[in-house]
Design a protein around this ligand. Structure first.
Ligand code: SF4
Length: 247
């Protein structure tokens, strides 16, 4: 639950071509296969001669990729493999910044501009996260329905230790390696490693009025993953956040 406006909304973020490809790999892996997007990206990534057909009645995708001086025969490909083919092709033959910017624009639904035209400029993409208009409606959906249990940072844990928040720490399961906290998971029932069914810090914003709005009881020191949600406009759309919808 991100109850304040993102602070960096005016600042574009620079991604090198390799970083942009890594971001694509994460995007393609974190949601269900985005068939329309993948098909849309095919000519940009695989070349204008690629043929891709979505046979929705048979629930299958067919692709013919360009070879040397010819186009290969059509073959069946799963949506997930198509996503992998696109990212692997980009990693093998990184595209020009102009093409990468277009791929980022279509994938992340952001403003993206190429960099690297001028002498000394590193090739890459300037991405504007385009978070304007976001306003958390405190519906609590992200807290109740998204699985962020294993996304807690050791830095979050250290922060709670520094604050002396034993009430929070007793709800964190840790993995310790070499005397250091290697991984954290939340929220467990105190004294056990059993996950709580709902976030224990989620509370009605106004219990007397039953407004349907929720608040975080550890808002001032909640985990970084919660502070950063939703990371992008697309992230909000793909995970059901209504913060960009008009009231
Ligand atoms: S789903 Fe979106 S609008 Fe609802 S509480 Fe989470 S961040 Fe706020």
């Amino acid at each position: 639950m991100r109850t304040e406006a993102p602070v960096d909304e005016k600042e574009p973020v620079f991604l090198s071509i390799a970083e942009a490809i890594s971001a694509l790999r994460i995007d393609f892996g974190q949601y269900a296969p985005q068939v329309s997007l993948f098909m849309d990206l095919c000519p940009l990534v695989l070349g204008p001669d690629v043929r891709i057909v979505n046979d929705s009645r048979a629930n299958s995708l067919w692709i013919a990729t360009p070879g040397r001086g010819h186009v290969n025969r059509m073959r069946r490909i799963s949506p997930r493999d198509l996503g992998r083919l696109l990212v692997d092709t980009l990693a093998k033959s990184p595209p020009a910044a102009r093409v990468m910017a277009e791929i980022c624009r279509r994938t992340f639904l952001v403003h993206a501009a190429p960099s690297g035209h001028g002498s000394g400029e590193k090739p890459g993409v300037w991405v504007h996260m385009d978070m304007e208009g976001f306003e958390c409606r405190q519906c609590g959906r992200c807290c109740r329905e998204l699985d962020y249990r294993h996304e807690i940072l050791p830095l979050d844990y250290e922060n709670w230790m520094a604050l002396g928040r034993d009430d929070i720490l007793e709800r964190v399961a840790t993995v310790i390696r070499g005397g250091r906290i290697n991984a954290c998971s939340v929220w467990v029932e105190p004294g056990t490693r059993r996950f709580s069914e709902v976030c224990p810090w989620l509370a009605p914003a106004d219990p007397k009025k039953n407004s349907g709005r929720w608040r975080c009881r550890i808002h001032e020191c909640k985990p970084d993953i919660c502070k950063q949600y939703p990371g992008t406009r697309k992230h909000a759309r793909m995970t059901g956040c209504i913060g960009f919808d008009r009231p």
